[in-house]
Design a protein around this ligand. Structure first.
Ligand SMILES: Cc1cc2nc3c(=O)[nH]c(=O)nc-3n(C[C@H](O)[C@H](O)[C@H](O)COP(=O)(O)OP(=O)(O)OC[C@H]3O[C@@H](n4cnc5c(N)ncnc54)[C@H](O)[C@@H]3O)c2cc1C
Length: 411
């Protein structure tokens, strides 16, 4: 690739949000370059992501769903069990996909398989150029176009820079977009595990005093685990040998999934939160964790990231062939489109998490009463299911069911 090459859009970052954004932009007729290191053959990510219907439709529309469907499992129900042992315990609350008129809420998808599938699709996508060998070293947004300097000293020009370079985003820094960030006194241990009882497509959240312990179905008798604890306890869980970890997990699950079998590689994630005060400025659009970081509670993070990706592609595509796709009109439309969806979910997850940690009686009462109301009131529960599944505001076109979509498959 020659230096100084001129593109309409440059996407920086090859995580799931960046890869999806690059494919979506190219598909929307925007000549795009992707600056992202190729996934290493042995790259390990112990996380899975519960992706809701809109995200699955997006993957179908990008042509990658068939590559990962077999390694993903449908989620037909979500149950919340109060394991706080407190005086005011909430009743079991159960959300069924059929309450929202769907066959399932979506699918639990392994991160690694998702990145590999998107990367494969990107290899020969028309209108998409890859720079798999390089990282972005510097971004200058002061000129008529953004100038990207790569780590070999070569430069690229682009009207629009899609910052999908993760939570420590260099592109976000260059755009001078202000963020609010905070941390929680909690860490999550994530892994996959086998078990003897079938999960029946049900994801279970055990609400505990130190944070939730969540299991999400995988194909067969296997599930993924996100176990949130105080940092010292999470560190201890990481240091246990497999047999001791298995014994503890089995005790925590109280027989819900029968005996626990083999356990995959464990990874620890300190919990933090971050939200940008706007999502586009100075030729930069923030996508995925470059724009928002949410604790792994309620499966919102990547669903938001994919909605960012579909939305920036729609805003840029709609601007027309002669428009400046990194100009204020496109970026203001994008930022406005993402604001309510992102901020409402960052806030909801924060409140839910803090209500578990709080030892205050009124907070426990409010939480218990809220879950009780949800269990008893069908319309309220149905509404919450819909809100949790779908973005607040218009659904980007790329997240609507594809024309040849059989309604049964993704709900
Ligand atoms: C335990 C756990 C469970 C979760 N479960 C769910 C779930 O069930 N559902 C859900 O929706 N979300 C879930 N999430 C959130 C989800 O995992 C994240 O939102 C998602 O992985 C973030 O993807 P991303 O593409 O935004 O960022 P990343 O995956 O961090 O990608 C950023 C990329 O940018 C690259 N990069 C950085 N700097 C540069 C540079 N200078 N030049 C080029 N490239 C660069 C990096 O190499 C990286 O590949 C979970 C998170 C955790 C921790």
């Amino acid at each position: 690739m020659a230096t100084g090459t001129d593109y309409r859009a440059a996407v920086v970052g090859g995580g799931p949000a960046g890869l999806a954004a690059a494919l979506a932009l190219a598909r929307s007729g925007i000549e795009t370059v992707l600056v992202a290191p190729a996934p290493k053959p042995d790259h390990a990510d112990s996380r899975t992501a519960a992706l809701f219907a809109g995200s699955i439709h997006f993957l179908m529309n990008l042509g990658v769903w068939t590559r990962i469907e077999a390694s993903s499992a449908p989620i037909v129900a979500i149950r919340i069990l109060d394991d706080t042992g407190r005086l005011f315990r909430a009743p079991e609350t159960r959300f069924e996909a059929r309450d929202a008129g769907r066959e399932n809420f979506g699918y639990n998808v392994p991160n690694r398989g998702l990145v590999d599938a998107l990367w494969q699709e990107a290899q020969d996508a028309p209108g998409l150029t890859l720079r798999p060998d390089r990282l972005l070293a510097r971004l200058d947004t002061t000129g008529a176009k953004a100038s990207l300097t790569l780590d070999d000293g070569s430069t690229l020009l682009a009207e629009l820079v899609v910052a999908a370079d993760g939570r420590k985003s260099l592109c976000r820094e260059a755009s001078a977009i202000v963020t609010k960030a905070w941390s929680y006194d909690q860490s999550a241990v994530a892994c996959t595990f086998d078990h003897t009882r079938p999960h029946q497509g049900i994801s279970t959240e055990l609400h505990r005093r130190s944070g939730p312990l969540t299991t999400v179905p995988l194909p067969g008798r296997a599930s993924s685990l996100v176990w949130v604890e105080r940092p010292a306890e999470a560190q201890r869980l990481m240091s246990l040998d497999e047999s001791a970890f298995r014994t503890l997990l089995e005790a925590r699950l109280q027989g819900l999934l029968g005996s626990v079998g083999s356990i995959g590689r464990r990874t620890m994630f300190p919990l933090s939160g971050m939200s940008a005060t706007r999502f586009g400025d100075h030729r930069v659009a923030l996508v995925g964790e470059a724009g928002h970081v949410i604790p792994p509670i309620g499966a919102q993070g990547l669903n938001l990231g994919l909605r960012d990706a579909a939305t920036i592609a729609e805003c840029a595509g709609d601007a027309g062939v002669h428009a400046d796709v990194g100009g204020p009109a496109v970026l203001e439309r994008y930022s406005a489109a993402r604001m309510l969806d992102v901020t409402s979910r960052v806030w909801t997850v924060d409140v839910l998490n803090r209500s578990l940690l709080s030892g205050l009686l009124p907070v426990q009462l409010a939480r218990g009463a809220g879950l009780y109301a949800l269990q008893m009131l069908d319309p309220l529960r149905r509404r919450l299911v819909r809100e949790g599944l779908e973005p607040t505001g218009a659904i980007p076109r790329l997240m609507r069911p594809p024309a040849n979509f059989a309604t049964a498959s993704a709900g």
